[in-house]
Design a protein around this ligand. Structure first.
Ligand code: ATP
Length: 213
C-alpha cells in the first residue's frame, strides 16, 4: 500500500449543492497546498480529512493514511495533527502544561524530558513554567507546533496556520514545519491564501473553485 495520504474520490456536498470533488495522493514529506476564494470549502476539506465534518455537509470517498483506511475512525484515532491560525493554547495552563497535552504515556520524568527537548528544539528552552499570555505570537505558534508534533502524528493539516505571524516569524515557522514534515516523512495538506506559503512548500498547488461547483 502507498505511504502518504490518499484523498480518494472525495465529494463533499452542502445540502444538495456540490462543494468539493477531489482525488489526490500526498506523498510522505511533501505538501499539497490548497488555495481558492473564501467560502469555497478549504476548511471543510480539512475537517473532513480529520473527522470533524459538520453535519451540515455530506461526504463520499475515502481517506487513506499510510495504507490504512481511516475514513470511519474518530478524530483521535486517525493519527493526524492540525494547526489553525489561532493557536488555541489553553490559557489556564503553563507552556509546559500545554505541551503535556500532546503526550500520551510515559512516566513523569520521561514526559518532562520530552517537553524540555521539544522546547529546546524550537528555541524556547526553559519556557516550561511560562504563562502563554506572556509569550509572543511567534513563540505561541511554535508551542502549538510542538504540541501537535509531540502526539507523533502521521500527517499534518495546516489551516492558515501562519497567517497571524509577521513576515520573519512566518518564514521561520513554516520552514520549521516543512523541515519537520520532510524529516519525519509526513504528508502535509496546507490551506492558505498566501502565494509565498505555497512557494515555500514547493509541492503541488490545487485551487478549489476553479471548476464550477
Ligand atoms: N457548519 C456549517 N454549516 C453550514 N455551512 C457551513 C458551515 N461551515 C461552513 N459552511 C459554509 O460552507 C462553505 C465552505 O466553508 P469553508 O469554511 O470550508 O470555506 P473556506 O474556503 O475555508 O473559506 P475561508 O477562506 O473564508 O476560510 C461556505 O459557504 C461556508 O459558509
Amino acid at each position: 500500500m502507498a505511504e502518504g495520504l490518499t484523498i480518494q474520490a472525495v465529494e463533499i456536498r452542502k445540502g444538495d449543492q456540490p462543494l468539493i470533488a477531489l482525488d489526490r495522493h500526498v506523498a510522505p514529506g511533501t505538501v499539497l497546498t490548497v488555495m481558492g476564494p473564501s467560502g469555497v470549502g478549504k476548511s471543510t476539506l480539512l475537517s473532513y480529512l480529520i473527522g470533524t465534518l459538520d453535519p451540515a455537509f455530506t461526504a463520499r470517498g475515502r481517506v487513506i493514511l499510510n495504507g490504512r483506511d481511516v475514513t470511519g475512525l474518530p478524530t483521535a484515532r486517525r493519527g493526524m495533527g492540525i494547526l489553525f491560525q489561532d493557536d488555541l493554547l489553553f490559557p489556564h495552563l503553563s507552556v509546559g502544561g500545554n505541551l503535556a497535552f500532546g503526550l500520551a504515556g510515559g512516566d513523569r520524568a520521561a514526559r518532562r524530558e520530552r517537553i524540555a527537548a521539544a522546547l529546546d528544539e524550537v528555541g524556547l528552552a526553559g519556557f516550561e513554567n511560562r504563562d502563554p499570555a506572556t509569550v509572543s505570537g511567534g513563540q505561541r505558534a511554535r508551542v502549538s507546533l510542538m504540541r501537535m508534533l509531540l502526539a507523533d502524528p502521521h500527517a499534518l493539516l495546516l489551516d492558515e496556520a501562519f497567517s497571524r505571524l509577521d513576515a520573519a516569524r512566518r518564514e521561520s515557522t513554516r520552514a520549521m514545519v516543512f523541515d519537520t514534515a520532510r524529516a519525519r516523512s509526513l504528508p502535509v495538506v496546507m490551506v492558505t491564501h498566501d502565494a509565498d506559503d505555497a512557494a515555500a512548500a514547493g509541492g503541488p498547488v490545487i485551487r478549489l473553485g476553479d471548476t464550477p461547483r
